[in-house]
Design a protein around this ligand. Structure first.
Ligand SMILES: *[C@@H]1O[C@H](CO)[C@@H](O)[C@H](O)[C@H]1NC(C)=O
Ligand SMILES: *[C@@H]1O[C@H](CO)[C@@H](O)[C@H](O)[C@H]1NC(C)=O
Length: 367
């Protein structure tokens, strides 16, 4: 208040309108008006907030979502997965109760996140899409916008893409089919410890994501994989990268390429039309024992699930795997003979008869 008082006094003095005697009178008037202005501002602010609704294709729910959950008129909040609900055109066809019951049937591997989702879901509008099987979405979510990056985007900390589509259209990072590409042609490069969530990687890119160290990739989608969707380069034997939720379409070769050390965990993931969901490098310069844990995935139109090199000490542990028969129950895990850089590894065989492949072929389900 005193700042106002002196400010007005100084102004008045410069203009020469009032003398010091008038000062206190004027300041009293200002003090009477200010609360009134504040009150009007608060009312305007509150009514503005109450009217805010999520636009079409905007996010309206998901784990940790604290924003608005009501969609604009004509749109409804549709559950994509645990991490993301989106406003889509049309009205609801199923109710919130259905979503809640589905969360209670989610896999036993995620007991802690289940409670988070359940509490988030209760604040959401009714949902329209319930994707089978539980925890996995089998359709590409609609994008909330599009950005073509001229160079790879380097991420440290966390990046939430809010379901905007990113690729490298028109740049040196656009898909170059057979050419050997590398990190510079990626869309996103994640520094060690970084995480990315809620992103759609568009078709115009050579390499999707490169993780320089352990990273978390949550609810990320590839509409059309070019070279590899994710390349893992972590170097510590205890490093773990988590790929949770999301999916990839049309990977002629591999979805996840594990060139570094440690473990990759892939859960609640969907892959459609691909060579391999995961490959532990069989001919990289650096030789590591690489490990993969797969839980709750739906694989359709794939040649093999995972490929590992038993002579390098690689292991694969798979549970709750579902396929459309491609790959078959025995082809969800295959072992190879890892070789020196420059040579091509030979396949040893596929199925649960190999020690390095820890799973039960007969328990592979369908999706
Ligand atoms: C939700 O928040 C917790 C705690 O901050 C964090 O560990 C987790 O990664 C978040 N999940 C997502 C999907 O962002
Ligand atoms: C990555 O995900 C794992 C498993 O959900 C979690 O324990 C860890 O805190 C996450 N790290 C980051 C950096 O988000």
């Amino acid at each position: 208040m005193s700042n106002w008082y002196f400010g007005i006094l100084a102004f008045d003095k410069r203009e020469g309108y009032i003398n010091v005697q008038n000062g206190p009178v004027l300041s009293l008037n200002v003090m009477a008006i200010l609360p009134a202005i504040s009150l009007v501002s608060v009312v305007l602010y509150l009514s503005g907030n109450a009217l805010a609704a999520v636009p079409l294709y905007g996010q309206c729910g998901g784990a940790n979502w604290t924003g608005e959950t009501t969609c604009v008129s004509g749109a409804t909040c549709s559950y994509s997965n645990e991490y993301y609900s989106q406003c889509v055109a049309g009205s609801a066809t199923t109710t919130r109760a259905t979503t809640t019951s589905r969360s209670s049937t989610s896999t036993s591997t995620r007991p802690t996140t289940t409670s988070t989702r359940a509490s988030t879901t209760t604040t959401s509008a009714p949902t329209a899409t319930i994707p089978p099987p539980a925890g996995i979405t089998t359709v590409l979510p609609a994008s909330a916008g599009y950005t073509a990056l001229p160079t790879a985007s380097i991420i440290s900390g966390h990046f939430d893409g809010r379901m905007v589509k990113y690729d490298r259209k028109g740049s040196s990072g656009a898909c170059q089919e057979q050419d050997e590409t590398g990190e510079a042609e990626a869309v996103f490069i994640l520094q060690s410890g970084a995480s990315i969530s809620n992103v759609i990687i568009g078709k115009d890119q050579a390499e999707g994501i490169h993780c320089r160290g352990p990273c978390n990739v949550t609810n990320v989608w590839w509409e059309d994989v070019c070279e590899d969707a994710i390349t893992i380069k972590q170097t510590g034997s205890g490093d773990v990268t988590y790929i949770n939720g999301g999916g990839a379409f049309n990977a002629e070769d591999k979805v996840v390429q594990h060139n570094g050390a440690g473990r990759v965990s892939i859960s609640n993931f969907f892959a459609s039309s691909f060579g391999k969901l995961y490959r532990a490098c069989g001919n990289c310069d650096e030789r590591y024992a690489r490990h993969v844990t797969i839980s709750n995935v739906c694989l359709r139109g794939g040649k093999e699930g995972v490929g590992i090199n038993s002579n390098f000490g690689d292991t694969a542990t798979l549970s709750n795997v579902k396929t459309d028969g491609k790959p078959s129950g025995s082809n969800v895990c295959c072992t190879y003979e890892g070789v020196a850089s420059g040579s091509e590894p030979d396949k040893i065989g596929c199925g649960d008869g190999y020690d390095a492949c820890s799973y039960t072929a007969s328990s592979v389900g369908s999706c």
